[in-house]
Design a protein around this ligand. Structure first.
Ligand code: SF4
Length: 301
């Protein structure tokens, strides 16, 4: 394959994968929803879970997105410095989004600010978002995909707290946001939290936290404890699936951290909804790929 053929092949695979993630939720989310449903005693909440599973069944059967809001496409790329298509990747991902928008189809959601015009293909200034991490010496490329819906992006927030507010202040910041916006963001939610030195770092970490598997925990025991305390606290609010009340309000809480300045304690929070459409696909240098989020995905979808 020459470079042009390789670019076409990877574009097709990525378009197909993005479309697939719009239709089928990742394995970890389906499994978590299933266990939440099994543990739910409330009849109204149970009927919501039943509707979610019926929605998933019909989406797969009809090959239609699991929600009408297919969001804006975001990519976190961990690309090897020796990956053959490194230089073409950003353009290729934009082409893949255009293709997925036309073929899946995805709802066009990219509105250019100030012009207030929908571009019609989910691309535009800064869209799709591509966040880069270069892995020195590797010849492969791992790509996290995420469809950021409007309702679950709306609650996103970051602030720099006075350090004297402590981790209690960070918890209050997250809980207040969940109390205010949680019921409208289509729970059960996945809550991403970032703790860092500045607002933009905390915000980015909170989004990266959403890309971690549901049920995973931060390697730092204290950060993991805070994840668990937040999860227990938010569940105790009783928001329940679709805000109708119930045992569980979250799929989980994932927290990522970076050092903070002695004079700052920044906290960021990102939400994802029950249709948590994240994907993870890893290519080798021959463009053979595997995914650990979507069992059954092939490039022929
Ligand atoms: S919050 Fe999620 S499930 Fe609700 S409308 Fe938005 S994308 Fe769809």
């Amino acid at each position: 394959m020459n470079t042009e053929e390789q670019i076409r092949k990877m574009t097709d695979i990525m378009a197909s994968f993005v479309g697939y993630t719009a239709v089928r939720l990742p394995d970890d989310v389906v499994s978590k929803l299933s266990s939440l449903r099994a543990a739910e005693p409330d009849p109204a909440a149970l009927s919501i879970y039943d509707m979610m599973f019926e929605n998933m069944r019909l989406a797969a059967e009809l090959k239609r997105p699991s929600c009408q809001d297919t969001g804006l496409v975001q990519f976190r790329v961990e690309c090897g410095s020796r990956f053959p298509l490194l230089e073409s990747l950003e353009k290729l991902l934009g082409d893949a989004v255009r293709k997925a928008t036309a073929e899946t189809p995805l709802r066009p959601n990219a509105v250019e600010p100030f012009e207030e015009v929908n571009t019609g293909d989910n691309t535009g200034s800064g869209a799709p978002a591509v966040w880069w991490h270069i892995v020195p010496g590797w010849d492969g490329c791992a790509i996290h995909t995420y469809l950021a819906g409007g309702g679950c992006s709306l609650p996103g927030h970051a602030a720099v707290l006075m350090p004297g507010e402590g981790y209690e202040g960070a918890v209050r910041f997250v809980m207040d946001r969940v109390a205010e916006y949680g019921p409208n963001a289509c729970p059960p939610l996945l809550i991403g939290v970032g703790i860092a030195n500045s607002a933009e770092t905390a915000a980015m970490l909170s989004k990266e936290a959403l890309l971690r598997p549901v049920g995973s925990h931060n390697a730092d025991p204290k950060a993991a404890e805070m994840e668990q305390l937040l999860e227990d606290g938010i569940n105790a609010m009783g928001i329940g699936p679709q805000g109708m009340g119930g045992n569980a309000s979250v799929l989980g809480v994932n927290l990522e951290k970076a050092v903070r300045h002695p004079a700052t304690l920044a906290v960021g929070v990102s939400f994802s909804c029950w249709t948590h459409r994240r994907g993870h696909i890893v290519f080798d240098s021959d463009l053979k790929f595997k995914t650990d989020t979507h069992t059954g995905f092939t490039s022929e979808q």
